[in-house]
Design a protein around this ligand. Structure first.
Ligand SMILES: [Mn+2]
Length: 309
């Protein structure tokens, strides 16, 4: 059996790619299953409810020794379901630069720096003359809009825009679809703030030191932060302690207005962020344009590595 899957707790990009790739393989008569491992976020739940279509199974436990895997939206062996042997991965697609792909000894690797992995999958479908179903087109379109923050962030390429135009024509969506989707993941309250931040927390070990960047993407960001300031500080302090983070950064992105609010809760992290972004020291600052977490990581990593020397 061919299994298409993504990383632990996939986002809308991973899920959309699985659904479309499943259609591609079914079109060629290949017995294929799409599976995910872990949990799903608010954005996936929105598209799932909107389409009423979710041909992906939750999986845990062992696979058949004969199963072959296609990995979508990841090329990181650490991020996989632990029962997937890296040498059984036949093909992988990702849109981030990576360093750990050598474990996938038998995989054909498609790694190209576009805004969304969904764009690479759309290009593959079009090359093979397979048209995605309207529901698959809705997932793929949602993934591109989400990853590019509605084409506003600097990882957006013309290839992402072309793919999105092609999908929008297939998907038959209401005019306010993007706003509906962004609103759905903006349901942040005192009750779920900690879980929402934990769900999308990124941690790296840099020279033996644990470093975290939390990111939330919502509408009405400043208003929400002002309203939930006490709870936000409490959640960040709790995560820093529970995850044993020596440095910790919070990045909020306003989806409709296109800016970040960056927060730090300790002086050491504040000093690193100030150096990383060449800005004055402040515990809270608002940016002019959107900075994605994958753009923050290299700068922060370089400063922390320099401090360790
Ligand atoms: Mn992605």
């Amino acid at each position: 059996m061919t299994i298409v899957t993504s990383y632990d707790s996939p986002d809308i990009d991973g899920i959309a790619c699985m659904i479309a790739y499943l259609e591609l393989l079914h079109a060629s008569g290949t017995p294929t299953k799409a599976v995910y491992y872990g949990d799903l976020g608010l954005e996936v739940e929105f598209v799932k409810t909107f389409t009423g279509y979710f041909p992906v199974e939750k999986h845990s436990g062992d696979y058949d020794p004969g199963d072959r895997f296609i990995l979508l939206d990841t090329a990181d062996p650490e991020a996989l379901e632990p029962t997937i042997p890296p040498e059984h991965v036949a093909e992988l697609f990702d849109h981030r630069e990576l360093v750990f792909t050598e474990q996938f000894v038998n995989a054909k690797k498609i790694i190209e720096l576009v805004g969304s992995c969904a764009t690479l999958i759309v290009e593959r479908l079009r090359a093979q003359q397979v048209t995605p179903s309207p529901n698959a087109a809705t997932y793929l379109y949602s993934a591109i809009v989400s990853n590019t923050v509605n084409f506003k962030n600097s990882v957006t390429t013309k290839r992402d825009k072309d793919a999105a135009d092609y999908l929008r024509a297939l998907a038959n969506l209401p005019d306010d679809y993007v706003e509906q989707m962004f609103r759905s993941k903006s349901n942040v309250s005192a009750d779920n703030l900690y879980e929402v931040i934990l769900q999308d927390l990124s941690i790296k070990t840099i020279g033996g030191t644990r470093v975290g960047i939390a990111q939330i993407e919502i509408i009405n960001l400043e208003l929400t932060i002002n309203k939930l300031e006490g709870q936000l500080m409490e959640a960040l302090n709790r995560l820093k302690r529970e995850e044993h983070l020596e440095y910790f950064f919070f990045s909020g992105i306003d989806l409709l207005e296109g800016y970040n609010v960056l927060l730090t809760i300790d002086e050491k992290s504040e000093a690193v962020l100030s150096k990383a972004l060449h800005i004055p020291r402040q515990p809270r600052r608002k940016t002019e344009a959107i900075l994605m977490r994958k753009q923050l990581w290299p700068n922060i990593e370089a400063i922390i590595r320099a401090l360790k020397q």
